[in-house]
Design a protein around this ligand. Structure first.
Ligand SMILES: C[S@@+](CC[C@H](N)C(=O)[O-])C[C@H]1O[C@@H](n2cnc3c(N)ncnc32)[C@H](O)[C@@H]1O
Length: 249
């Protein structure tokens, strides 16, 4: 059983196993990027964590072996394709995600509808010599039923008005223990352009709750999974403050 307008404090694979086929209108998500997987002497190496260059999370190291990272995301995406009409999967190409992303793009090419490039406006200097600064992230758009076409079934923008390059500054930190937060504007752009009021929006890696927060503001229903209890509490606090604001106005 799944209740909507609720966040589940568990792995998204558990939540997904209870979600019926074709019951989600839109998925917006950003999984951990496996930032702390490094390369030493031409081989992947998970041991050394360089705090100043890594995504900061409360209770996990974000450095699983690349094949495990690939298998996990493949499983999640297959479940999302079973349950959801359209999926916006935001991911950054870093050492720890690169091979897995390229493999997913190949393996799931039949479901890959389009790609939006998110330009964050500036890049932090690369952490090693001879490496490109990473200023952009990808938003992979998957469609279970009609990925052969670049046309969206549900689109609220007029022909010629929406580009595939979005210049949006990084998100503001909601808590000091979580540094990888969506900008509200990014979520708003996706929700307004690709869903209608009353639709159900799912984020399997809810983090600090930006997807649910913006969905609620825009009169959509939400559903989320978040593994880390500390962030689960942050999300519920953020959503309850929003409920007060809405009833106040
Ligand atoms: C990049 S963050 C998401 C940030 C979010 N977009 C926001 O605006 O705050 C990824 C989140 O996924 C959570 N996570 C990692 N593995 C998970 C899993 N198997 N199921 C659900 N959540 C998971 C992490 O705790 C982390 O908060």
């Amino acid at each position: 059983m799944i209740e909507i307008n609720k966040i589940y404090n568990e792995s998204c694979l558990e939540t997904l196993s209870r979600i019926p086929d074709n019951s989600i209108d839109l998925v917006i998500t950003s999984p951990p990027y496996n930032m702390n997987l490094r390369i030493r002497n031409g081989k992947y190496c998970s041991r050394q964590i360089v705090k100043e260059f890594s995504t900061k999370y409360e209770n996990f190291d974000d450095n699983i072996p690349i094949e495990e990272y690939y298998k996990f995301h493949f499983k999640v995406l297959k479940e999302l394709l079973r349950t959801s009409n359209i999926i916006f999967y935001n991911i950054q190409i870093v050492t720890g995600s690169k091979r897995a992303i390229f493999k997913i793009i190949g393996e799931l090419s039949d479901y890959l509808k389009d790609i939006i490039i998110w330009d964050k406006g500036y890049a932090q200097p690369a952490m090693a010599q001879n490496v490109l600064n990473r200023r952009t992230e990808l938003i992979l758009i998957f469609d279970a039923k009609d990925a052969i076409s670049r046309q969206f079934k549900k689109a609220n923008f007029k022909r010629g008005t929406l580009d595939d390059l979005w210049l949006i500054k990084r998100g503001k930190k909601i808590t000091s223990s979580h540094s990888a937060v969506f900008p509200e504007e990014l979520v708003k752009n996706i929700i307004e352009n690709f869903s209608d009021e009353g639709d159900l929006i799912y984020d399997p890696f809810m983090g600090t709750g930006t997807t649910a927060y913006v969905a609620k503001l825009l009169n959509r229903n939400y559903l989320g999974s978040e593994l880390t209890s500390r962030y689960y509490e942050v999300i519920n606090k953020r959503l309850s403050e929003l409920k007060c604001q809405i009833s106040f106005y």
